[in-house]
Write a protein that binds this ligand. Structure first.
Ligand code: DOR
Ligand code: ZN
Length: 381
């Protein structure tokens, strides 16, 4: 199925005037956290990111995981092939998965881009916590040799910051996972590896925000924020039954947590950036009884961020958050291309369909009615 914009006719009155007066042009955004999968799903979803983002840090939790330079090179090639020419360039920035197979030698080869593809970070998943986390460590502090080498080379550690299992291997309350990680694991990690560059991914709780507001430091300890944790809270996740499209890790939390996230981005902190965590799953996995973790947001991600920044009166902070803070942490310049967003209502009415005919539903789908389904900003075509 060829790429098509999922734009329905605009609704409401006054749209034309709004589009003329409310628009914002920014450097092409940088996605600090993106899942593309492989094969037909990758081919279907990559164009939506490439249209909106110039670069993205690509998550390695594919099956099999990306934990050698060889697999990263192959994966890089597959993504590049799926980028349509019309996107005007999209560079996937590859990462390794912190599995037990990942060696310090591979980290070194990746850091220098030994075979033409560089590795920009190493992602840690707590064993059992989320999609394809079965290769993660139960306790990240066990990965001593790899962490030491990353610290030596300045290779960033990208953290899925949740405790999933306790010392007896019992599952923790999933609403407490991030809180426990912030209270215990993260401080120990930062104490032990004091020079390690760390990114706390997809912050979702007041505890994570408090920690970052106190300890965050440009180039050293940074954090990412998703559009869905800014837009939704758990009242929407449970409205009219449990909403599979919002089922993700970390879970969306209370309204207070969402409000604190909004207050934080309004401050324009240089160590906080956009990481969409767009995580597509085929319809049959998403709407199954054990619905897969992951919010697929790439067709609406930049638009949702713009809407939230507009709602909190902080559009002047949008470009740094979307386009400058992310690349700076990874030692890159912001993209030279630009995109324009305009204030114009629209809705996501269709699924993205793979070339095998499988539907992948974006969050905010009007069909699935999560609330907030009218998007207030859109990408200028
Ligand atoms: O909701 C999530 N989906 N959280 C993750 O950490 C992984 C992701 C995925 O890969 O589906
Ligand atoms: Zn993720």
């Amino acid at each position: 199925m060829p790429y098509r914009a999922l734009i329905s006719p605009s609704i409401g009155s006054g749209d034309i005037l709004a589009a003329m007066t409310d628009s914002i042009t920014i450097r092409k955004p940088f996605d600090s956290h993106l899942h593309l999968r492989r094969g037909s799903v990758l081919r279907a979803v990559t164009p939506y990111s490439a249209e909106r983002f110039g670069h993205a840090i690509i998550m390695p939790n594919t099956e099999p995981p990306i934990d050698t330079l060889g697999t990263a090179i192959e994966y890089y090639g597959e993504i590049r092939e799926a980028v349509p020419e019309s996107a005007g360039g999209f560079d996937p920035l590859m990462t390794f998965y912190l599995t037990k197979n990942l060696t310090p030698a591979e980290i070194e080869r990746g850091a220098v881009g030994a075979e033409g593809v560089r590795i920009y970070g190493v992602k840690s998943y707590p064993f059992g916590a989320t999609t394809n986390s079965q290769w993660g460590y139960r306790n990240i502090l066990e990965a001593k040799d790899v962490l030491k080498e990353m610290e030596r080379l300045g290779m960033p550690l990208l953290l899925h910051g949740e405790v999933h299992l306790n010392d007896q291997d019992e599952e923790e309350d999933p609403y407490d996972g991030e809180k426990l990680f912030i209270a215990d694991t993260l401080p120990r990690l930062l104490d032990t590896y004091s020079e390690l560059k760390v990114s706390l991914e997809h912050m979702s709780t007041t505890e994570a925000i408090d920690f970052m507001e106190k300890n965050g430091k440009e180039g050293k300890l940074v954090a990412t924020v998703t559009p869905h944790h800014l837009m939704y809270d758990r009242t929407q996740a449970f409205s009219g039954g449990y909403r599979a499209l919002l089922h993700c890790k970390p879970l969306v939390k209370r309204r207070e947590d969402r409000e604190r996230l909004r207050e934080m981005i309004k401050k324009g902190l240089p160590f906080v950036s956009a990481g969409t965590d767009s995580a597509p799953h085929p319809e049959n996995k998403k709407f199954s009884s054990c619905c897969a973790f992951g919010v697929f947001n790439s067709p609406v991600a930049v638009e949702m961020y713009a809407q939230v920044f507009d709602e909190i009166g902080a559009l002047d902070k949008l470009e740094d958050f979307l386009s400058a803070n992310g690349p700076r942490f990874f030692g890159l310049e912001p993209d030279e291309n630009k995109i324009t967003l305009e204030k114009k209502d629209w809705q996501v009415t269709e699924a993205v369909v793979t070339d095998e005919g499988v539907n992948i539903w974006p969050v905010a789908s009007a069909r699935h009615g999560l609330g907030n389904e009218t998007m207030r900003w859109r990408l200028r075509p």
